[in-house]
Design a protein around this ligand. Structure first.
Ligand code: ATP
Length: 369
């Protein structure tokens, strides 16, 4: 696990956590450490158990087995209000009849903080989310993004050790969501609070997190930095969940050295970066992201250097030209090339014959599952 790579001490430790609903095991023996000050994202498809993990940490659900340790204290049996964690829900859950100020002050009042302390603390929290001027307004007088910021101010005003965010941005429109992603990340750095963020949106996870946990059916499939998860997925599920990827079936033909093999990839003899324990005749999968592939024109009489295919679709995306190439085997390959009007190689016409190539070592190689 990635935790071993850092010397930071964990603020949250989940040990052998299990939870069933109606006889169905949702989380089974989950182990996870979350470091102090870390922005950790739990990413996975709908129903994989992300929210359940968050609710077990928050104390809204009780575990069937295992332990929840927060700041070195076993809180497994403690109620939610004694756990020093706050949660921001997708629905914001603001009190509609209260002003922004009163919404943020509510938790402090419940904790019997003195009135003289409440005002400066609420205003400080509102300043952090740039909403001081909106203190007298009611939630319905705010935009969705502003309401979300109030929910965040309310959650950080009592300085929790950990903030749990459950799909907290998914109700916002695309542009606002992008803006809030940046703001939330900046706020987390400024506050130094540990954030555990749940999303099913891989782009959101990649752009915000220090570390990502990819979950499937209640288990952790991969635990790593955004870059590791994107560039070195450890299995097909993670590779496919984190964006577009081309999966080529291949056969090992020989081993060149510890790090490289020769393989037959769609009929092309290719040198492939591979440190798996494989030998000649083994089936493997060679994975390539669309942006790691290049298309080369094949001029008449020239020997092609890549896998032969035909451009069947092309889409101009501003920065890139995206193509779909049909190989002679029938497989479709997605390609995304940086578009430059001065570079004729990146302007393919429909049905053009091309060679699919890539730079060695950009591929991810997996043994057959
Ligand atoms: P989503 O992204 O759709 O919110 P999720 O990954 O957060 O999904 P959970 O909400 O943790 O998934 O749910 C995991 C599974 O547990 C689902 O099949 C869900 O129906 C079930 N589940 C969650 N809470 C309960 C409950 N209180 N009672 C019964 N089943 C539940």
């Amino acid at each position: 696990m990635n935790v071993a790579k850092t010397s930071k001490k964990p603020v949250i430790e989940l040990k052998g956590l299990s939870k069933s609903f109606d006889g169905k095991q949702i989380i089974s023996g989950l182990d996870l450490n979350v470091n102090d000050g870390e922005f950790l994202t739990i990413l996975g498809p709908s129903g994989c158990g992300k929210t359940t993990v968050l609710r077990l940490i928050a104390g809204f659900e009780n575990a069937d087995a295992g332990q929840v340790i927060i700041a070195n204290k076993d809180v497994t049996e403690l109620p939610a209000e004694q756990r020093h964690v706050n949660t921001v829900f997708q629905s914001y859950a603001l009190f509609p009849h209260m002003t922004v100020f009163e919404n943020v002050a509510f938790g402090l009042r419940m904790q019997k903080v003195s009135e003289s302390d409440i005002e400066p603390r609420v205003m400080e929290a509102l300043r952090m989310v740039q909403l001081e001027k909106f203190a007298p307004r009611k939630p319905h007088q705010l935009s969705g993004g502003q309401q979300q910021r109030v929910a965040i101010a309310r959650a950080v005003v009592n300085k929790p050790k950990v903030l749990l965010l459950d799909e907290s941005l998914s109700a916002l429109d695309y542009k606002l969501r992008k803006q809030m992603q940046i703001e939330l990340k900046q706020l987390q750095r400024k506050l130094g609070i540990t954030f555990i963020f749940v999303t099913h949106d891989q782009e959101e996870a990649l752009s915000m997190s220090d570390r990502i946990i990819v979950m499937r059916d209640g288990n952790i499939e991969q635990d790593g930095s955004p870059r590791e998860i994107y560039e070195e997925p450890t299995n097909l599920f993670v590779a496919r969940f984190i964006g577009e990827i081309n999966v080529f079936d291949a056969i090992v033909t020989s081993r060149l050295d510890e790090k490289r093999i020769m393989a037959d990839v769609e009929g092309r003899a290719a040198q492939v970066h591979c440190d798996l324990d494989v030998t000649a005749g083994d089936n493997i999968k060679v994975l390539l992201r669309p942006e790691d592939i290049r298309l080369e024109e094949i001029n008449y009489g020239e020997q092609a250097v890549g896998i032969i295919g035909y451009v069947r679709d092309r889409t101009y995306k501003g920065m890139t030209l995206d193509s779909v190439v049909e190989l002679e085997s029938g497989m479709s390959v997605m390609v995304s090339e940086f578009f430059n009007e001065d570079d004729p190689d990146v302007d393919h016409s429909l049905d053009q014959k091309v060679a699919v190539t890539w730079v060695e070592s950009w591929e991810v190689v997996l043994a057959n599952e």
